[in-house]
Write a protein that binds this ligand. Structure first.
Ligand SMILES: *Cc1c(COP(=O)(O)O)cnc(C)c1O
Length: 385
């Protein structure tokens, strides 16, 4: 949603930059928050999707909790209004220092991914005279049907603990006296738009809950992880993710016992559509059969297309007609640095503003200084008003 008045103010700014439409973010967050309340589900925003202060403050301000992948994300989340007692700490490689700091901060729960991790957290908690609340990240062994690099829930992933190792988990939990078992965690992957995947995840959660209960463990937390997808194909028409569908699917497929709470960890769904990369055309290069619009941003500004063939809508904001066919490419010397192939859009000219849509998630957080280019700044719609 790039308004004409926003476009006028872009004129005085250097490109590229990450443009955040804060009205879109607020509407998305408010819709999540009221839908979640209606279904009694708690969301923990996956900070790794976008960790800008103002984005974190908007999300924490609406009462959502946080999910963090590192100690630094935990500090940042707390500094931006997320209560420590609602923080989940995920990750396959939590270091001793991160664990100690998280224990001291009083986070809600460690989502643990290996037997050795349980033992390390137990020892560190013991050293501090504390008890650590832990959930077991279980590998649900389902295929989320997304790209292979963003699928995390199948048997052969490095993530989570598979059912064949449950006996070792029970043995570890019974010998680790500084751990308090709280529940189970799963995460099937990313960019999931098929609600059948979540329905299947709920069925798995119920199966795992039964196994843990039968072994005498009280499962309070049922955490289904993140992954709710967005519409990268039609972001301007369909920018609100299907949080209603996800909550309904959960309420229909996951029976709860008294005292149990359901949690989800959306990252992308909350922030993808509010973010746009705004870039200028540096050169238009005409070949024999092809035409290229060469932008002043590249894979260091948005790595998703180069990393896993992600599709983003690209739009010439400055010129709508005549329509021509061309490739939109970045400014890095890699042949994978392409944002759109055979785009049919307004004819490109040197200096035209281009938008790459749906760039709010896994965009700026992965910005890098490759080729010694500057990191691109954030521009917030609120500041242009
Ligand atoms: C990355 C991640 C998330 C967020 O994923 P999205 O696809 O952005 O919703 C949630 N939980 C865990 C464990 C993750 O690794």
């Amino acid at each position: 949603m790039i308004t004409q008045s926003a476009l006028v103010s872009f004129d005085r700014l250097e490109t590229p930059f990450y443009y955040y439409d804060m009205d879109v973010l607020r509407s998305t967050v408010d819709n999540f928050s009221s839908t979640l309340r209606k279904y009694g589900i708690t969301a923990h925003y996956a900070v790794k999707a976008n960790s800008n202060d103002r984005i974190l403050q908007t999300i924490s301000g609406a009462g959502l909790q946080a999910e963090c992948a590192t100690g630094n994300e935990i500090s940042l989340a707390i500094a931006n209004g997320f209560p420590p007692e609602g923080i989940f700490f995920d990750g396959v490689a939590k270091t001793d220092r991160e664990i100690v700091n998280a224990l001291k901060a009083g986070i809600q729960c460690f989502n643990c991914e290996s037997i050795q991790e349980l033992e390390v957290i137990d020892a560190l908690a013991g050293g501090l005279g504390l008890k650590a609340d832990v959930a077991i990240r279980v590998n649900p062994d389902i295929d989320a049907h997304t790209h292979k690099y963003i699928t995390t829930g199948t048997e052969e992933d490095k993530f989570g603990i598979s059912t064949w190792a449950f006996d070792d988990v029970f043995a570890a939990l019974s010998r680790c006296h500084n751990l308090q078992f709280r529940g189970i965690h799963m995460h099937a992957g990313s960019q999931i738009t098929d609600m059948n995947v979540y329905a299947m995840l709920c069925k798995r959660a119920a199966e795992f809950e039964k196994i843990f209960s039968e072994h005498g463990y009280d499962v309070q937390i049922l955490n289904l992880g993140g992954g709710l997808g967005v519409d990268y194909e039609k972001p301007l028409e369909n920018w609100m993710p299907d949080i209603e569908g996800l909550c309904r699917t959960i309420s229909e497929n996951l029976p709860l016992k008294p005292g149990q709470t359901v949690h989800i960890e959306p990252g992308r769904a909350l922030v993808a559509e509010c973010g746009h990369i705004i870039s200028r055309v540096i050169y238009v290069k005409k070949g024999l059969k092809k035409q290229f619009a060469i932008l002043d941003c590249g894979l260091h500004t948005l790595i998703r297309p180069a990393l896993y063939q992600a599709v983003h809508q690209v739009e010439n904001l400055s010129c709508k007609a005549p329509v021509e066919k061309y490739d939109v490419v970045g400014n890095v010397c890699e042949s994978s640095d392409v944002f759109a192939k055979d785009l049919e859009g307004g004819a490109p000219h040197r200096g035209d503003f281009f938008a790459i849509h749906s760039a709010g998630a896994y965009g700026q957080v992965m910005n890098m200084k490759y080729l010694q280019r500057e990191l691109a700044p954030a521009v917030y719609s609120d500041d242009l008003k």
